[in-house]
Design a protein around this ligand. Structure first.
Ligand SMILES: C[C@@]1(CC(=O)O)c2cc3[nH]c(cc4nc(cc5[nH]c(cc(n2)[C@H]1CCC(=O)O)[C@@](C)(CC(=O)O)[C@@H]5CCC(=O)O)C(CC(=O)O)=C4CCC(=O)O)c(CCC(=O)O)c3CC(=O)O
Ligand SMILES: NC(=O)C1=CN([C@@H]2O[C@H](COP(=O)(O)OP(=O)(O)OC[C@H]3O[C@@H](n4cnc5c(N)ncnc54)[C@H](O)[C@@H]3O)[C@@H](O)[C@H]2O)C=CC1
Length: 230
């Protein structure tokens, strides 16, 4: 029986806007990684002799738009991986399913210090991918540290059911209120008290049941009352 070694991964969120990232392979699995890299604003290069049609379409759509400096972009290179390809990238994915390519990428990543994910081969990975549910600025991420990607997927779906668009909206309002509070309340203890009240004592729960505009008004009103009392 194959077992995944016990590991304790370090969870982080990477800022990739404008950074060059590489995907080796142009199949369905590569496509999923490319989509999420572009969403994070990365400048993506794909190296692969063949590309799936949806990837071709994505590249055509990107080429049609003007790409300002520092924004997400997509470039396709129709060649097999060759030694030297990883140089200059911040992050790389190997998604060919080819063992020799996987191992060659691992060796090169070691050599040039690029962080590498070899899809489905945790032993060759510097980092692994969580399942993600995004709702506005809220990110819910699930990972089983390699033990069970299917369990991870199921839990991601449960989070999707449980945390719908109302959560994304309240997160947005909370962000606005927090900026306001930086101006209104220089003392961090006061800010903590205000947000503890908003989040723990009812206003948040109430807002989650209201239509978007009313939810916003409700939270702003509760905030207003709270700072008057301080
Ligand atoms: C370690 C890791 C490394 C990495 O790839 O980053 C890894 C490893 C492996 N996956 C395998 C298989 C499958 N992976 C999925 C799905 C996902 N796998 C993802 C991540 C990860 N997969 C990392 C750990 C995540 C964690 O800790 O939980 C997700 C979350 C994110 C993503 O892929 O972007 C995405 C769900 C996204 C979503 O839906 O939200 C499915 C289900 C499906 O496709 O429906 C299957 C088929 C069922 C099965 O085999 O269990 C195999 C065996 C390959 C073989 O047999 O050849 C290995 C290798 C091994 O276990 O040794
Ligand atoms: N996590 C998941 O849900 C799944 C993971 N996989 C894994 O991901 C791998 C890729 O899956 P798919 O995208 O479905 O496979 P695929 O066979 O459709 O795509 C492989 C891609 O790699 C390219 N390629 C082949 N040799 C190359 C080389 N030397 N250099 C650069 N590119 C090369 C091919 O042109 C093709 O675009 C599978 O082999 C498997 O290990 C597969 C299915 C599901």
């Amino acid at each position: 029986m194959k077992t995944t070694p016990q590991r304790d991964y370090f969870p982080i969120l990477l800022q990739l806007t404008g950074h060059p990232c590489l995907v080796i392979g142009g199949g369905r699995v590569a496509y999923r990684k490319i989509e999420s890299l572009l969403q994070a604003g990365a400048r993506v290069t794909v190296i692969s002799p063949q590309m799936v049609p949806e990837l071709e379409a994505l590249a055509a759509a990107h080429a049609a738009e003007a790409q300002p400096e520092g924004k997400a972009s997509l470039r396709l290179i129709r060649q097999p991986y060759a030694l030297g390809d990883l140089k200059g990238y911040r992050l790389a994915f190997a998604a060919t399913g080819n063992r020799e390519v996987n191992e060659a990428c691992r060796q090169e990543a070691e050599h040039c210090g690029v962080l590498l994910n070899v899809v489905d081969v945790p032993d060759l990975c510097d980092f692994i991918m969580p399942a993600v549910h995004q709702q506005g600025d809220l990110l819910f991420m699930v990972c089983s540290q390699g033990k069970s990607p299917m369990l991870t997927k199921r839990l991601r779906k449960e989070l999707q059911q449980r945390y719908g668009p109302a959560y994304g909206r309240v997160a947005e309002v909370m962000g606005e209120l927090r900026q306001q509070a930086f101006q209104d309340l220089p003392d961090i203890h006061h800010r903590r008290e205000v947000f503890r009240h908003l989040i723990e004592d009812g206003p948040l729960d109430e807002a989650l049941t209201l239509p978007p505009e009313e939810a916003r008004q409700h939270l702003w009103a509760a905030y207003g009352q709270m700072i008057e009392q301080l």
